[in-house]
Design a protein around this ligand. Structure first.
Ligand code: GCU
Length: 336
């Protein structure tokens, strides 16, 4: 009898605790203020890709430092459209933030092509010296030429060629190949300079273009090659590091102008912190992606210095064509 009484009391007590807890949580929820701004952030990579995780970090930091007044929703996997379409939507504030490849900004702000010239940087450290210095700041400002605000730089490593049927070991191997390029006239010209046919295809369609043989080859960094499953349909990867195309976190100027000065400062600071985070993730992911691809059958060709020079020489015409007016700046970057 006594035992039953104890069990009943314990049950009653537990029920009371649950009820109090639910009442408390409910009250807390209704007393939490709704955010003043709910803003969309576009990302075309997959959920756990370094840039997507960087974007999430940015959103969390902004939410925390504005006490929940600014909520940023990350839409990854190109849910809001291709990079090009997102940049267009940002002109009117439909999309507030994005992380985009600078090649897509360069289509609208041609001076930006300087940053993605072939074989411009010696290595990653060289590119980061440039981006973190005055030159990098000047280029963030240039985003204003297309009603955008440049917030921070993200890493995207170096791009290499990969092909389906045969490895690319020399410039001659590229002759007549259909090679996918980003929607970028300068990148297309670089491919033509190798005697290949550039085919502009949006990122999300590259896998099927390789699979269906619409293109014979493409070029990208290790994490993109792996995360988009390109390695499953193009197993020859040639390390030539022909370009490093940095990525920029941007904000729509239309949205930016609605924010207070202190919120602008918070956003800028969170973007910069998230960029440092993304750069750490990038280094780890590059290694993991490379390992995964090689374990799955990717065959790597490393170009000899002599061969690499031939690629560099073949592509050098784009310097004059796209950056002829900025050759002093190009030289400054090379010596930086
Ligand atoms: C990289 C870059 C993307 C871009 C893609 C492409 O993966 O991070 O932003 O869309 O290259 O080749 O189109």
């Amino acid at each position: 009898m006594k035992k039953r009484w104890i069990i009943a009391s314990v049950i009653l007590l537990a029920a009371a605790i649950v009820a109090i807890l639910m009442y408390y949580l409910d009250n807390k929820k209704s007393s939490e203020k709704a955010p003043e701004f709910v803003l969309l952030y576009a990302e075309n990579q997959t959920e756990n890709y370094p840039t997507t995780l960087g974007g999430k970090k940015f959103a969390d930091l902004v939410y925390e430092r504005t006490d929940g007044r600014i909520k940023i929703q990350i839409k990854y996997g190109a849910e809001l459209g291709s990079e090009s379409s997102v940049i267009n939507q940002m002109k009117y504030g439909g999309v507030a933030f994005a992380r985009v490849s600078v090649s897509q900004l360069a289509e609208r702000i041609p001076e930006m092509n300087v940053l993605l010239l072939p074989y411009l940087y010696d290595d990653s450290a060289h590119m980061w010296r440039v981006l973190e210095g005055d030159i990098g700041d000047q280029f963030l400002e240039k985003a204003g030429n297309y009603d955008l605000v440049g917030l921070s730089w993200y890493d995207a490593g170096a791009r290499n060629f990969y092909s389906s049927d045969k490895p690319i070991t020399s410039v001659e191997d590229c002759e007549g190949m259909n090679i996918r390029v980003q929607e970028s006239t300068m990148m297309a010209d670089m491919i033509s300079a190798l005697g290949a046919n550039p085919v502009e295809i949006v990122y999300s369609d590259v896998y099927s273009a390789l699979e269906q043989g619409i293109v014979d080859a493409a070029e990208n960094n290790w994490p993109s090659y792996e995360s988009m499953n390109h390695y499953k349909v193009a197993k020859y990867y040639t390390i030539d590091e022909h370009v490093r195309v940095p990525e920029m976190q941007i904000c729509s100027e239309a949205v930016w102008n609605m924010l207070s000065d202190s919120d602008k400062e918070i956003i800028k600071e969170c973007a910069e912190e998230s960029a440092l985070y993304e750069r750490q993730l990038w280094i780890q992911r590059e290694e993991r992606s490379k390992k995964k691809a090689i374990e799955s059958g990717t065959l790597v060709t490393a170009l000899t210095a002599e061969e690499k020079k031939k690629f560099r020489d073949a592509m050098s015409d784009v310097y004059e064509k796209y950056c002829g007016d900025d050759m002093d700046l190009v030289r400054e970057i090379i010596d930086y």
